[in-house]
Design a protein around this ligand. Structure first.
Ligand SMILES: Nc1ncnc2c1ncn2[C@@H]1O[C@H](COP(=O)(O)OP(=O)(O)OP(=O)(O)O)[C@@H](O)[C@H]1O
Length: 480
């Protein structure tokens, strides 16, 4: 029976020497056996030279072959002149286009060097000690390093797993792997065909505090620039889906809320976006920007329930007037987009002890979340504690943002079941990096690592005074 074992069979160097002195097991004339051994050895050598020299290490083998031919055909003067010319050309490229040079030449060669010097040399003992190798039929098989690439933050090592392995097995060893290969962190991302990518970072991206963005002149609620991605580009979210933000205490949920508010500030000023703000923690977080809100509610649970029911009533009126007029809501001065901003969603529901009140809040929230989108009512909710009470609503939020979380089980609860396998180690985000996290966008499986800009109190005050709508918050403002 021929067994298919996925992995690199470990060839003990000692076995290699014994194989050379091996005598044939069957009786065979020496005069036949040794010439056979010599010819087959030569064939193997030639094959290895072609395979390793031109294919595996072609990036070195081919230029070397070219130089050897050049020296042989045209003499050493032409050879040396060519080397100098190429070196000057490379220096000029590096000087003129440093980023492109790094990306296409520098990182490539550095990655190849690190593949052999850093990873391959320590690979087998590391896998054996972390129990990531497979023993079968008396042989040991190791996960194969298929490819190493480099980016601005470290190495991306593509690994073909052995039979029976899952990305989770590697995620569980991420800290050990990072420590072994002298990396700051190791993220495990799933790839196709039983492969995973280990992202060994030599430095963390997004460690700098991000300043507030310039406010877009026209706010497009379908594409609000709210954060910076690891590659330096702006991350954009759409409010046409409901947005859930989760993070431990001090993770920077406030910075996400303010990034969203500031991105739609022009719409607020022009009356095309109305923000209904709920701050069940007593109004501390959102108070600085209260002038931006059409409604600002920070009272008792009963007052919150009343406010939400008022909103449901307004929603029903919209539904009635929209019946028969298509399903896409267009913001106008008469019917602006309504954004329901909730700081600490958990405080709205989980901490309410009165059963009736809890039911009122839950059913109003369910209606808003399930029917609001079609008529321009969108929810942005932050929460600290992703516990069971949140779960019934979770799937109604298509855009989910997770900042630093306390436990790794919360990652699946907020983002996606396999988010941790795809590298969203929110529980490992340092406390010193508030506003950093991961997000999944509507119908897009890609996880985006981001850092949100930080708005100081004076930034928020300036925002509120420059972009406050004509009519500041009045109606059903509670406890003002
Ligand atoms: N994006 C950010 N960049 C840099 N620092 C930030 C950022 N967001 C928040 N901070 C810092 O972290 C502190 C805590 O932030 P914030 O109050 O927003 O956290 P939180 O998640 O709302 O916490 P809690 O749930 O306890 O209110 C802030 O006072 C600020 O100093």
């Amino acid at each position: 029976m021929l067994h298919q074992v996925r992995g690199e069979k470990y060839a003990d160097p000692e076995l290699f020497t014994t194989r050379l002195v091996l005598r044939p097991k069957i009786r065979i004339a020496w005069g036949v056996y040794y010439p056979f051994l010599a010819i087959s050895g030569l064939f193997k050598l030639a094959w290895r030279i072609v395979f390793y020299g031109l294919y595996r290490f072609g990036y070195v083998g081919i230029p070397v072959l070219f130089l050897v031919k050049l020296f042989a055909d045209h003499g050493w003067r032409i050879g040396v002149a060519t080397i100098v010319l190429v070196a000057l050309l490379l220096v000029a490229c590096w000087w003129r286009w440093p980023n492109a040079f790094r990306r296409f030449i520098g990182w490539f060669y550095l990655a190849q060097w690190r593949r052999w010097w850093v990873y391959y040399r320590h690979w087998h003992p590391t896998c054996a000690s972390l129990k990531l190798a497979l023993t079968f039929g008396g042989d040991k098989y190791f996960p194969t390093i298929a490819k190493v690439r480099r980016d601005a933050f470290g190495d991306l090592v593509t690994v073909r797993m052995v039979n029976g392995q899952l990305p989770e097995d590697w995620s569980a060893k991420a800290v050990n792997l990072a420590q072994t290969f002298n990396a700051v962190s190791c993220q495990v991302q799933t790839a196709r065909h039983n492969r995973i990518v280990l992202h060994f970072r030599s430095r963390e991206p997004l460690t700098e505090t991000v300043a507030p963005f310039a406010i877009p002149a026209v706010s497009d609620v379908e594409a609000l620039p709210v954060a910076v991605r690891a590659d330096g580009q702006k991350a954009v979210i759409s409010l046409l889906t409901h947005v859930l933000i989760a993070g431990a205490s001090g993770a920077g949920k406030g910075s996400v809320l303010w990034a969203i508010v500031s991105a739609m500030a022009a719409g607020i000023r022009d009356g095309l976006v109305k923000v209904y703000a709920f701050d069940p923690k007593g109004g501390m977080e959102l108070d600085a920007g209260r002038d931006l809100f059409h409604r600002f509610c920070f009272g008792t649970p009963e007052e919150m329930a009343n406010a939400l029911e008022e909103l449901v009533k307004e929603m029903k009126q919209r539904q009635a007037s929209h019946r028969g007029h298509g399903r896409v809501h267009e913001a106008s001065l008469v019917e602006p987009t309504i954004v329901v901003l909730i700081d600490e969603f958990g405080a709205l529901t989980s901490y309410v002890t009165d059963k009736k009140l809890k039911e009122r809040i839950n059913s109003a929230m369910s209606l808003i979340l399930s029917q609001g989108r079609a008529i321009g009512v969108h929810v942005v909710a932050a929460l600290q504690d992703p516990r069971k009470e949140i779960l019934p609503f979770r799937n109604l939020f298509s855009t989910r943002i997770a900042l630093r979380l306390v436990e790794k089980t919360e990652v699946a609860l907020i983002l996606d079941d396999d988010a941790l396998d795809r590298g969203a180690a929110c529980h490992l985000i340092a406390r010193s990096l508030p506003g950093k996290g991961y997000m999944v966008l509507d119908r897009d499986p890609t996880l985006v690592e981001v850092r949100f800009p930080f708005h100081t109190d004076s930034d928020i005050a300036a925002l509120a005074s420059a972009y406050a709508p004509e009519r500041p918050a009045t109606a059903f403002v509670v406890n003002r």
